[in-house]
Design a protein around this ligand. Structure first.
Ligand code: ADP
Ligand code: GLC
Length: 485
């Protein structure tokens, strides 16, 4: 049985800020369902430990950089058979605020130390130095927060195979040069061939340079990051390692996101009972003070409010939408400017535009179930999960043709409608005009109930469960093991 140590900085439902949390909260269980034995390693944030329920301490790990020990707390990842380990070190993780940002929204000043610690614990477990009687065949690290994992294992005579998944190349974990020594890393790593990136220490390069195999979360994004446009300065390195890089589409937790059984929505439905969705639409309109009109096209957006997500494009399209009967509901958290603009818009257009600034998992489910359309005009999107949830909930996605959006939504061209493959609206270009044209197409289809319902139903019938992708990860683990031995 293949033993996998899955290392991440967040995992739903213990701690989540975005899609990485969804993936780390669901892929390990899917791997186990296909015969792997997985341990999930997370930082012991205060919020995660509180949510974990009963825990037992299974190891005490020392680090030369730290006073005191790191306690490895064991629990069950809720609603799964997966064993999770929380690296509990109070000075790093026992605080109010998010995993990456302080309560004012600034990155924690000691993020380098906090996530080097996570990598250190992962390496100690992987090398059998943590005092637990379990050792992995493969260590699977995710995003920059775990990038130093293979670096801390580099000099071991024997080590497990290593895999690194890029969920978002835009976040790289860049710190001052002085941090190299502070983290106890050798001077020899200060070269562009290792951890240096334009005069800074790059955590993500640890993963990209030193792991046996690399993956990212969609085939299109795997190609895009090898180009200067979306490579964020790392495209050269990724082209150099192209034979080690694969794109594996994210799956979704199809129990958690299932309109037929979701306890967080007003009325359950599936593609045979699609009219029931209207009950959720009405509930959503009432919840947000929108005019409860069943015929008004209701457009939802749930997103981190950052440039990546094309929030500015969405905002620019509002005047156009307000010329017709459409209604809009936004749920998000992020850049203050976007938050303020959204709130001002909602105030100016009560009954038509609603904005909720905050992070609210249940509210995200209610928007997916109640909206007619879901907006995702992202500038880049490694995979994206919201469009997958939207498809499942019969909420037609309107997306830009990038990354995982291009790989998962089939545009409603005349031809694709005739071929019965269309599932949403896909547009090119990043101008407000391009989005407005896409919205116009969506609204015109919406006025044709037969066409619209067939789009909804086809979306609901797609299979984005983890089954196929979990198998691809297992293949990837085997490749990593072969290359490494
Ligand atoms: P990303 O990881 O880039 O933020 P994804 O589409 O992969 O984008 O995943 C976003 C996840 O985070 C989804 O599960 C989405 O519902 C959730 N999410 C984002 N913002 C919020 C919010 N404000 N409230 C609740 N859930 C949110
Ligand atoms: C990142 C990406 C998103 C992806 C998620 C999970 O946050 O921005 O596109 O779905 O990771 O892989």
């Amino acid at each position: 049985m293949l033993k996998v140590l899955f290392v991440a900085s967040e995992a739903h439902p213990l701690i989540k800020t975005g899609g990485l949390g969804d993936v780390a909260g669901s892929l390990p269980a899917a791997l186990q369902a296909q015969g792997c034995e997985v341990r999930l390693l997370l930082p012991g944030y205060r919020a995660a430990i509180e949510r974990a329920g009963p825990v037992t301490t299974v190891a005490r790990i020392a680090s030369p950089q730290l006073a005191g020990h790191i306690h490895l707390l064991e629990c069950r990842l809720p609603d799964t058979e997966v064993t999770a380990w929380l690296a509990d070190y109070g000075p790093a993780y026992d605080r109010a605020g998010g995993p990456y940002l302080d309560p004012l929204g600034h990155p924690w000043e000691d993020n380098a130390e906090r996530f080097a610690l996570l990598a250190h614990v992962a390496a100690a477990i992987a090398l059998g130095q943590a005092g637990v009687s379990w050792q992995p065949d493969v260590v699977h690290a995710n995003d920059w927060q775990t990038g130093l994992t293979p670096v801390f294992m580099m000099n071991a005579a024997q080590r497990p195979a290593t895999v690194f998944t890029i969920h978002n190349l835009a976040y790289q974990g860049l710190f001052d040069q002085a941090m190299l020594a502070r983290l106890g890393l050798p001077e020899s790593l200060w070269t562009p061939q290792a951890l240096e990136f334009h005069g800074q220490l790059s955590f993500i390069k640890g993963g990209l340079v030193f792991c046996d195999m690399l993956s990212t979360v969609s085939p299109t994004y795997a190609r895009e990051i090898q180009t200067p446009d979306l490579g964020f300065g790392l495209d050269g390195l990724l082209r150099y390692r192209t034979d080690r890089l694969v794109g594996i589409l994210n799956g979704i937790d199809d129990k958690e996101w299932d309109p037929a059984h979701d306890p967080q929505i007003s009325r359950n439905y599936d593609f045979n009972r699609i009219r029931e969705k209207l009950t959720n639409k009405r509930a959503l309109q009432v919840e947000y003070g929108l005019t409860p009109d069943p015929r008004a096209p209701l457009i939802g957006m749930v997103s981190r409010l950052v440039r990546q997500k094309g929030v500015d494009l969405a905002l620019a399209s509002v005047p156009y939408l307000l010329q017709g009967p459409a209604q809009l509901v936004f749920l998000g958290l992020g850049d203050r400017d976007y938050e303020n603009t959204l709130q001002a818009l909602a105030k100016r257009h009560p009954g038509r535009v609603a904005a909720r600034i905050g992070y609210d998992e249940a509210a995200a489910h209610r928007i997916e179930s109640g909206a007619d359309m879901f907006l995702m005009p992202s500038r880049f999107e490694p995979c994206g999960l919201n469009q997958l949830y939207s498809l499942r909930y019969g909420t037609v996605p309107i997306v830009r043709r990038v990354g995982g959006l291009a790989d998962t939504v089939v545009d409603a061209t005349e031809e694709n409608q005739r071929a019965a493959t269309a599932t949403g609206i896909v547009f090119d270009g990043d101008s407000p005009a391009a989005l407005v044209a896409a919205l116009a197409r969506a609204l015109s289809l919406y006025r044709d109930p037969n066409r619209w319902v067939s789009l909804m139903v086809r979306g609901m019938q797609q299979d984005f469960s983890w089954r196929a992708s979990a198998q691809r990860y297992i293949d990837l683990y085997h490749s990593a093991r072969q290359l490494h031995h």
